[in-house]
Design a protein around this ligand. Structure first.
Ligand code: SF4
Length: 304
């Protein structure tokens, strides 16, 4: 390590700035943990600039999934999601994304089996750092998480889907759909105005044809917003004969969004209709909502 010899001049601000830009020092630390061992746990991770993000550990049998954030805040403003309620502050570096996995691994005392990019932020709005973080997570001499055990979740950024298709290795791709009609999705997810449903589905089809990988669609069921029988039928006709899986979940409430989760009966109706039409679907159990750690509930903590 280089040291400044005694009696020499201190490096100039310009040199320090250039060093900082070239060799960023990450000092991600655990500020707080919520939850108990063996259950869903949330880690509040403090960053060097006094902002903080949230990382979630989800155990399930022998699986330990870490859900990482990719940005401080999010510019996509999905109406049901706490992460984007206060806008975007900055992108995380690749090191800050990897640090979350390392801190989570240290916290649970074992190597995670799965990593999902589903925390605060839209991963494809920080594409380069996300892709740069993956080799550090899959490296055999490090965390050694298999590429197929990594999932990137997008709100539907089509250029990101197209770029991912051209990568040599492909993690799982999950796309937040949440509606079958543009008018509904426009209200839930403003990104739909830039990348409407027909274009998004077309991009996903090309992705599966190019990569031979299945796309996972996420559909949050919200009472009387997107959970009618007509919605279920439209979902079937949109995804029929498409190599995909559908994950349903019921809305996790946040104070900023007044709607309610669909009932289990409604979720069952969607599941049955998809099964009858040979579309693989599962109802994701909502976990961690008591900690504000479930899907759509993660936030940015802006002061330490
Ligand atoms: S759902 Fe994802 S893309 Fe939408 S506001 Fe939340 S973090 Fe951003």
């Amino acid at each position: 390590m280089a040291t400044i010899p005694h009696g020499s001049e201190a490096p100039s601000a310009d040199i320090l700035n250039r060093l900082a830009a070239r060799f960023p020092v990450t000092t991600a630390v655990v500020l707080r943990t919520l939850g108990e061992p063996g259950k869903v746990q949330k880690i509040v991770v403090g960053l060097h600039d006094s902002s903080a993000i949230e990382t979630v550990i989800i155990p399930a049998g022998t699986r330990h999934t870490v859900c990482v954030s990719t940005q401080v805040g999010c510019r996509r403003h999905c109406s049901f999601c706490a992460s984007g309620q206060h806008g975007w502050v900055r992108n995380l570096t690749a090191a800050e994304i990897v640090d979350q996995v390392l801190l989570a691994a240290h916290h649970i005392g074992r190597r995670p089996t799965n990593v999902v990019y589903m925390g605060v932020g839209e991963p494809f709005d920080n594409y380069d750092a996300v892709m740069e973080s993956i080799p550090a997570i899959t490296n055999d001499h490090g965390l050694a998480v298999g590429i197929r055990k990594i999932t990137i979740s997008t709100s539907g950024v089509i250029p990101g889907i197209e770029r991912l298709a051209r990568e040599p290795l492909h993690p799982e791709l999950s796309v937040s759909l949440h509606a079958t009609r543009d008018a509904v999705r426009d209200r839930l997810m403003p990104i739909n105005r830039a990348y409407p449903i027909p274009d998004l589905i077309r991009a996903c089809r090309v992705y599966t044809e190019t990569t031979r990988r299945v796309v996972i669609f996420e559909y949050t069921l919200i009472r009387e917003v997107n959970d009618s029988l007509q919605d279920a039928r439209e979902l079937v006709s949109m995804l029929g004969a498409f190599p995909c899986r559908v994950n349903f979940l019921t809305l996790n409430p946040i104070p900023e969004y007044a709607e309610s989760p669909s009932t289990r009966e409604t979720a069952g109706m969607f599941m049955d209709l998809l099964a009858q039409n040979h579309i693989t679907a599962m109802l994701r159990e909502s976990r961690g909502d008591a900690l504000g750690a479930a899907c759509g509930q993660l936030r940015v903590v802006t002061t330490l």
